[in-house]
Design a protein around this ligand. Structure first.
Ligand SMILES: *Cc1c(COP(=O)(O)O)cnc(C)c1O
Length: 354
């Protein structure tokens, strides 16, 4: 605490990112990074962009990348917004579409950045409790509110809701914005990007960090009616017009264009995930039905906090949230087959007391 801090800084409880340890080499299954490298075309595009033009500001409108993205997702480039990671887009969206007063709604178990942005921007919120099995109770989002946000698939539960369920939430909230955070959508969920043509209140947010293996490049995408995109632009241009740099613009376009590589790596991760989920169930774990690049697991007899520590001391990092309702669960990112074999082997040894 410092007397020089503003009231906001004194009171804010910031988000805690997953550990990026330096003390030794871990098998890192704690931050949902992709175990495969980005497409080789990404590295080539970035090298190619690293030239004397770096003295010039990047295109503040990200026009070329928006046009590549628009073509890929079959939407107009005016319906696309590009940001410096999707966390930045979420921050812009909270400012652009939510007001102090009527509370916005999001699930009680959800991405832990939402309450931080709500506090930062003085937006009241109300938590919608998930069912006991962590399903999203869709009808609970039908009541009067100041806006809605949820991840689909949800994090850290990994469970997804259908396009139809999202559409019903949209229909009951036509007077306010519904933000669907599709950070993990490419691992088996049903994207609602196509619904932006039907629902002027829908903002879909995606990221290149997970399925396109570019957490280090920081690119997020938002899709919505041109009026919503204009709202985001008004916030961005009141903050920093050049949020996305030249190298990131070049790399991101190459990533979106290499669809073959994208499909290959995501399907490998899905296959590994389903295999590991089966192995964990055989070991007595409860495993939620995952549509993400991680699994959410709990053992009836073995406390998750202890398991987290024991895995850590064996050089395997997973994510443990010491929070109500999920303090006996571990979130395990899906790595390569080799990494996951070592993970399952370590869990087996820990459970049998070796
Ligand atoms: C990882 C994640 C993000 C943020 O992704 P970045 O684009 O890397 O900022 C947003 N929402 C959820 C639910 C995530 O898990």
């Amino acid at each position: 605490m410092s007397k020089y801090w503003s009231k906001i800084v004194q009171n804010i409880e910031p988000y805690t990112p997953g550990e990026q340890p330096r003390d030794k080499r871990y098998i890192k299954l704690n931050t949902n990074e992709n175990p495969y490298p980005p497409s080789p075309r990404v590295m080539a595009a970035i090298k190619n962009a690293a030239d004397e033009t770096l003295r010039l500001y990047p295109d503040p409108t990200c026009r070329e990348l928006r046009s590549v993205v628009g073509r890929y997702y079959n939407v107009h480039e005016d319906q696309v917004f590009v940001g410096n990671g999707s966390d930045e887009l979420l921050a812009f969206a909270f400012q652009a579409f939510f007001n102090p007063g009527k509370p916005i709604l999001f699930p009680d178990i959800s991405y832990s950045f939402y309450p931080v942005y709500a506090q930062l921007y003085n937006i009241h919120h109300e938590l919608v409790p998930l069912e006991d099995d962590f399903s999203i109770p869709v009808e609970m989002f039908f009541k009067d509110n100041g806006g809605v946000i949820f991840p689909n698939p949800n994090a850290p539960t990994a469970k997804a809701i259908s396009e139809q369920a999202v559409a019903s939430i949209l229909k009951h909230n036509m007077d306010r914005v519904v933000i669907v955070d599709e950070a993990y959508i490419d691992f088996g969920g049903e994207s609602v990007v196509k619904l932006i043509k039907e629902f002027p209140n829908l903002l879909v947010i995606q990221t290149l960090s997970k399925s396109r293996s570019l957490a280090g490049l920081r690119i997020g995408l938002a899709f919505g009616h041109a009026d919503l995109i204009e709202g985001l632009n008004r916030i961005k241009n009141s903050f920093n017009s050049y949020t996305v740099d030249r190298l990131a613009l070049a790399g991101a376009a190459a990533a979106v264009e290499d669809d073959v590589y994208f499909r290959e790596t995501t399907s490998k991760i899905i296959k590994t995930r389903d295999h590991v989920a089966g192995q964990m169930r055989e070991l007595g774990f409860t495993v939620t039905d995952s549509k993400a690049n991680f699994i959410f697991v709990s053992h009836p007899e073995y406390y998750a906090g202890t398991l987290y520590q024991q895995l850590r001391s064996r050089g395997i990092l997973v994510r443990y949230f010491n929070r109500p309702r999920i303090d006996n669960f571990l979130r395990v990112s899906i790595g390569t087959d080799q990494e996951m074999n070592l993970f399952v082997k370590a869990v087996k040894e820990i459970l049998s007391g070796v």
